[in-house]
Design a protein. Structure first.
Length: 375
């Protein structure tokens, strides 16, 4: 076994949220939304990333930009809805901004006695954007690292291809849960909890290979934990990983009507550090989960679901889209009480977690966090 290097304080103390905002969410590439949301003129979506209000928008439905969602006049949010179609005009005093984030016009300009040179110098803080298939990532750093240094290029290529099969219409919800955001990501990576927490939902669909549960399969001839202990640190791309699990499903009548990703009944998921999971179920349903930190013991859980594109534009699969969201929400609801109980059980000074071989990704996240957040 391997002892986690993360203390319980990292899940309990407000100062870690501040450090995480500064050293993770304001430095790394973070998923912001679905590209098809921004297919029309003046479309936008808003997010909070690392404590910073962000608006991702397009003037023409093609070029995507990301700005601080805050008017330069009195810090009012320019856009308040989660999604919409609206020009970049402040609702408070009607200052408006162009596609480059520059101040375009000021209502009742004579009241401000503003110089032309002052107006020309005013603009919104802009952030870097990368579109990977149908997924939008934003980086708040003034000197963003190449996204290929955060995620393995092979993973980026797979995610780009898979997400291109998503239908433009999707279901979305968000809600608060009472546990640390890191528990959300760790739980997603941890496939071994599925037989015990989701026996009648996800697990019953898994293609079983061998006995369900091998009890007491111990041996002293194990070296992985010694190797992991000797491996002093972790590289950023090692914090993300993927997993494929075979599914056993009855034939679906709508399958021939879809532009399906792949031709096998496989649940393929990509876990993209710091706080996102993207996956497809049998190439016909797509799910995105994201865990946004609010406080040490509170997280905003974002959930998107959709189907594959239809080969016939007259078929929208709306009922199926609703069913996919309902099914995914049921699975999430099975996790929530356990993770909230885990959060409540933590206390300052309690013993670090013990991790097994299959939990290597969690061990490496802890090492990277220790060296880049706690240092």
């Amino acid at each position: 076994m391997f002892r986690s290097v993360l203390p319980a304080d990292a899940y309990l103390d407000d100062r870690y949220i501040d450090l995480e905002n500064q050293r993770i969410f304001q430095k790394l590439w973070v998923f912001a939304g679905i590209r098809s949301t921004l297919s029309k003129k003046n479309a936008f979506l808003t997010r909070t990333i690392g404590g910073v209000p962000v608006v991702v928008t397009t003037v023409d439905g093609i070029t995507i930009r990301a700005f601080e969602n805050q008017c330069r006049h009195r810090q009012m949010p320019l856009q308040s809805a989660a999604f919409g179609n609206r020009p970049m005009v402040c609702p408070y005093h009607a200052w408006s901004y162009d596609q480059d984030g520059k101040l375009r016009a000021v209502a009742n300009a004579h009241l401000y006695q503003m110089r032309q040179s002052e107006k020309d110098s005013i603009g919104l803080r802009e952030f870097a954007v990368r579109v990977i298939g149908n997924l939008i990532f934003v980086n708040l750093s003034e000197n963003p690292l190449p996204i290929e240094e955060q995620f393995d290029p092979k993973m980026l290529a797979e995610v780009a291809e898979c997400s291109s099969f998503m239908d433009a219409r999707y279901a979305y919800t968000s809600f608060e849960v009472n546990y640390n955001w890191k528990l959300g990501y760790e739980n997603a990576v941890d496939y071994n909890h599925v037989p015990f927490v989701h026996p009648s939902s996800v697990y019953k669909l898994w293609k079983k290979e061998g006995p369900d549960h091998q009890q007491n399969a111990f041996s002293e001839d194990m070296t992985w934990d010694l190797e992991e202990t000797a491996h002093a640190t972790a590289a950023l791309p090692d914090l993300s990983c993927s997993r494929m699990v075979g599914f056993v499903l009855e034939p679906r009548p709508y399958t021939p009507l879809m532009r399906r990703y792949g031709d096998k009944d496989i649940h393929h998921t990509w876990f993209m550090y710091p706080n996102m999971g993207f996956g497809t179920i049998v190439g016909e349903w797509f799910v995105i989960q994201q865990y946004e930190p609010i406080a040490p013991d509170r997280t905003r859980f974002h959930l998107w679901t959709t189907t594959a594109q239809s080969v016939d534009h007259r078929k929208d699969f709306l009922a199926l889209k609703r069913s996919v969201m309902e099914a995914e929400k049921r699975v999430v609801d099975e996790d929530v009480p356990l993770l909230e109980g885990l959060q409540r059980s933590l206390y300052r000074g309690c013993s670090p977690a013990l991790l097994g071989a299959y939990e290597r990704p969690i061990a490496r996240i802890g090492k990277w966090y220790r060296d880049n957040v706690m240092a």
